[in-house]
Design a protein around this ligand. Structure first.
Ligand code: AMP
Length: 279
């Protein structure tokens, strides 16, 4: 496994693989890798011959007062995990490689996808995400890239960006990898105290129960309110809890893919989760 932090070296390695006919897959990450990230590496292998993992804590997707400075950085352990997983190349750009101009070009996703859900709590977040992912796509030029369903809104935005800008990249998705008690794996779970960690699985339980109620055709408003109350009673500070189209975050349409999405604060952590709805 090679670690590369210069763009020309990255380009050369990828071009050599592609010249031989190898398909190259990209797994974008911010590091502090857990089993969810390693699951992405394993999953993308089925769609490519060479796997590139990028590690870059992207400043433009953090708002003022968010955890950019304190975001966990664990490069050595990350490299060890990636080696075990059979990753071929780790792309480690610095901020100047990623944003070479004093005034950066940024990619603004359409409002209906970005100015809702997490975008309301985190203004500008998805502009930062789209801007860094487009840069990674242009730097690595992968044939395929993979994202986790855990960040469902992000996944939809990337899919739309690829379609709208006609980027020649296939996008794959991996279902959320969870702890044995159902909590979605996340680097931010480390911000939970032991007592909060014991409470945290209530988020996924509540979401799953709500999905079951919708499948049983129970009324949305009442079911949503009792789920919200249940979260507050457990100690969460919910930010949103929505039932939306899984295709464009519009109103859910019968017979089309639908999703329940939630964000809630628990102590210092901001947790998100989502599940599919069948109805
Ligand atoms: P991050 O390092 O948090 O930016 O995440 C990098 C990628 O890993 C994104 O595509 C995330 O959606 C994905 N990811 C993070 N946690 C999980 C998880 N628990 N299950 C599946 N994918 C995940």
């Amino acid at each position: 496994m090679r670690s590369v932090n210069q763009l020309d070296r990255l380009r050369l390695a990828v071009a050599e693989w592609q010249a031989k006919g190898d398909r190259v897959g990209l797994v974008p990450t911010m590091g502090n890798l857990h089993a969810g990230h390693l699951g992405l590496v394993r999953a993308i292998r089925k769609h490519c011959d060479r796997v590139v993992v990028s590690i870059f804590v992207n400043p433009t997707q953090f708002g003022p007062g968010e955890d950019f400075q304190t975001y966990p950085r664990t490069l050595e352990a990350d490299l060890e995990g990636l080696k075990q997983e059979g990753c071929d190349l780790v792309w480690l750009p610095d901020v100047d490689t990623m944003y070479p101009l004093a005034e950066s070009f940024l990619v603004q996703p359409p409002e209906h996808l970005s100015n809702t859900l997490c975008g309301l709590d985190r203004p500008g977040h998805f502009t930062g995400v789209a801007s860094v992912v487009l840069r990674l796509f242009n730097q690595v030029r992968p044939d395929v890239a993979i994202f986790g369903e855990k960040d469902f809104q992000q996944l939809l935005i990337i899919r739309q960006m690829v379609r709208d800008l006609a980027l020649p990249i296939e996008i794959q998705a991996l279902p959320t990898v969870r702890e044995s008690d159902g909590l979605a794996m996340s680097s931010r779970n480390q911000y939970l105290t032991a007592a909060e960690r014991a409470t945290a699985p209530v988020l996924h339980q509540t979401l799953t129960e709500l999905a079951e109620k919708l499948a049983a055709e129970q009324p949305w408003e009442n079911s949503r309110q009792s789920a919200w109350d249940q979260l507050e009673a457990a100690g969460f500070r919910p930010q949103y809890l929505e039932w939306l189209s899984a295709e464009d975050l519009g109103l859910p349409q019968p017979g089309r893919p639908q999703r329940l999405l939630v964000a809630a604060r628990l102590g210092k952590a901001r947790l998100i989760d989502n599940v599919g709805v069948v109805c």
